[in-house]
Design a protein around this ligand. Structure first.
Ligand code: NAD
Length: 318
């Protein structure tokens, strides 16, 4: 039987350990199992987090290292294993495709020995290639596999717009769609602040200078590489995204977020994973929405699909 409070994290480096710490801080699990080929790293992170649970602010979470056997009753499995772009490397997540598809292959081959019931949250980059690969090469229920997709870009867009207009980012609605990566695009037609559409914002906020959408969009894509070059990796934003998804699953929220999964004909696309708004609840991804886009936005989505498809194709024979 599935233990909904049990979360397995695979890959315990920058991203995995940040997620571990946020899950314990937000009290989103009763048991957390850590798996990494670097067993010393997994053990060290488990010991550190486990001892921290003695604090009065913490719940009595059982944090420990484990093996794939631990997946048999897990409610959620989070995959963060495999390298990231390093400072100074080509700023394009798609260069990680061959390496990380092999990592996905080894991990999913193990997970599927023990469960088909856990919700799998994919984080490893290139995110859409990884999500597509694990969704299509293994006998695992599709609705139970989701990639964090363009949630991180969407959070970043909200923060940048919030700074621009001096407003709470949670008042900003709208999506970045497509690839989690360089071809992600802002669906500006979906963007509004408290119901005010983009075309009204400068007037509503008494800004005489028109907003530079292109500069904002470029900043959203570039900021990930800036963070990597400045601190060596990104982990805080993605850990917050992971916790948002965990909460949506645990609390059966039916929340709509821009998430990656295999397209089933939306926008005329299939046989590829990309982010569009999708409904997430305890059962997994239960609905995907083909929101109305302008012709230009639709073209950008198709361009994004082309770019991810090319990267996915080179991994077919691995
Ligand atoms: P990292 O290179 O520091 O760590 C990768 C970890 O994976 C290491 O501990 C390594 O031992 C482990 N690992 C490698 N192969 C494994 C295997 N077969 N089984 C188990 N463990 C294995 O990378 P990081 O900075 O922690 O980032 C992890 C991944 O998350 C990267 O692919 C990165 O690009 C991605 N990421 C995604 C997002 C997103 O929005 N989806 C955001 C940030 C980072």
């Amino acid at each position: 039987m599935v233990n909904k409070g049990k979360i397995v994290i695979i890959g315990t480096s920058n991203v995995g350990s940040a997620i571990l710490n946020k899950i314990t801080d937000f009290q989103l699990a009763s048991e957390i199992v850590l798996i990494d080929i670097n067993t010393a790293k997994a053990k060290g992170e488990a010991l550190d987090a486990s001892h921290a649970t003695s604090c009065i602010y913490s719940t009595n979470i059982n944090v420990h290292v484990g093996t794939y056997k631990d997946c048999h009753d897990a409610g959620i499995i989070i995959i963060t294993a495999g390298p990231s772009i390093k400072p100074g490397e080509t700023p394009d997540r798609l260069i990680l495709a061959k390496t990380n598809v092999k990592v996905m292959h080894s991990i999913m081959s193990e997970i599927t020995k023990y469960t088909k019931e856990a919700m799998i949250i994919a984080i490893t980059n290139p995110l859409d290639v990884a999500t597509y690969y694990i969704s299509t090469h293994f006998d695992y229920p599709r609705e139970k596999i989701v990639g964090t997709g363009t949630m991180l870009e969407t959070f970043r867009l909200r923060r940048i717009l919030a700074n621009h207009y001096h407003v709470d980012p949670k008042n900003i609605h709208g999506y970045i769609l497509g690839e989690h990566g360089n071809s992600a695009f802002t669906a500006w037609s979906t963007v509004n602040i408290a119901g005010m559409p983009l075309s009204h914002l400068d007037d509503c906020f008494n800004f005489s200078q028109r907003i530079d959408c292109k500069a904002i969009e470029d900043e959203v894509v570039q900021v990930a590489y800036d963070i990597i070059n400045l601190k060596g990796w990104t982990n805080t934003g993605i850990a917050m995204v992971a916790c948002r998804l965990i909460k949506a699953v645990l609390y059966d929220e039916h929340t709509i977020l821009p998430l990656s999964a295999v397209l089933e004909g939306e926008y005329g696309l299939r046989d590829i994973a990309l982010s569009i708004p999708r409904m997430l609840c305890g059962e997994g991804v239960v609905k995907s929405f083909e929101v109305k886009l302008t012709d230009a936005e639709r073209d950008l989505l198709l361009r994004s699909a082309e770019s991810v498809k090319k990267a996915s194709a080179c991994c077919r024979d691995l």
